[in-house]
Design a protein around this ligand. Structure first.
Ligand SMILES: [Zn+2]
Ligand SMILES: [Zn+2]
Length: 174
């Protein structure tokens, strides 16, 4: 969750343009944010900058049902601001882009843990991953592809010497 803190000060840069049947608002807003990091659950503060352009119609219906309306001579920017900001808020906010999060085994914050923090029995997990994405599979598919356009690669000199060491003559002579 991330939100604009209550009472937070927004920085606004607004341009109003009379377009006949309404006012075209071009605004740049910088808003402070407070949130909980989706990875390490730390509270953090940051800010966001949103730019939007909306037509505030003088008469209802001029800009569609969900358009913004002028209230007589008044222009209430808040609904448009809120809509633009909500769209901009990240669903999974991070305290910083490279937040390492929490250890999946013990829940310690990895940024606070010793370098290379690990658990002795983590080997089990890595072994499974190795089985799934091990180098064996990669090599096999790679060899298949390489072998197709080059069928003679199996008869290399190295292979001949291999068959030489394993030929059965030696046992016959004994
Ligand atoms: Zn974090
Ligand atoms: Zn741990």
């Amino acid at each position: 969750m991330v939100q604009v803190p209550e009472g937070g000060e927004l920085e606004l840069d607004v341009q109003l343009e009379d377009v006949g049947d309404g006012v075209l608002v071009t605004a740049m807003v910088t808003a402070p944010l407070v949130g909980e990091c989706a990875r390490c659950l730390d509270e953090f503060t940051s800010s966001t900058q949103v730019r939007f352009r909306e037509l505030f119609a003088a008469v209802a219906g001029a800009s569609g049902d969900d358009g913004y309306l002028l209230d007589g001579d008044l222009l209430d920017l808040e609904p448009a601001l809120r809509d633009a900001l909500v769209l901009e808020l990240p669903l999974s906010p991070l305290c910083r882009p490279d937040c390492t999060g929490l250890c999946s085994r013990c829940g310690i914050k990895l940024a606070d843990a010793e370098p290379g923090h690990a658990h002795p029995d983590d080997g089990g997990v890595w072994a499974v991953l190795k089985d799934l994405f091990g180098p064996d599979d990669a090599e096999r598919t790679g060899d298949d592809r390489a072998a197709d356009p080059e069928p003679g690669s199996n008869g290399r000199p190295e292979d001949t010497s291999l068959t030489g060491t394993s030929r059965p003559e030696g046992s016959k002579e004994r």
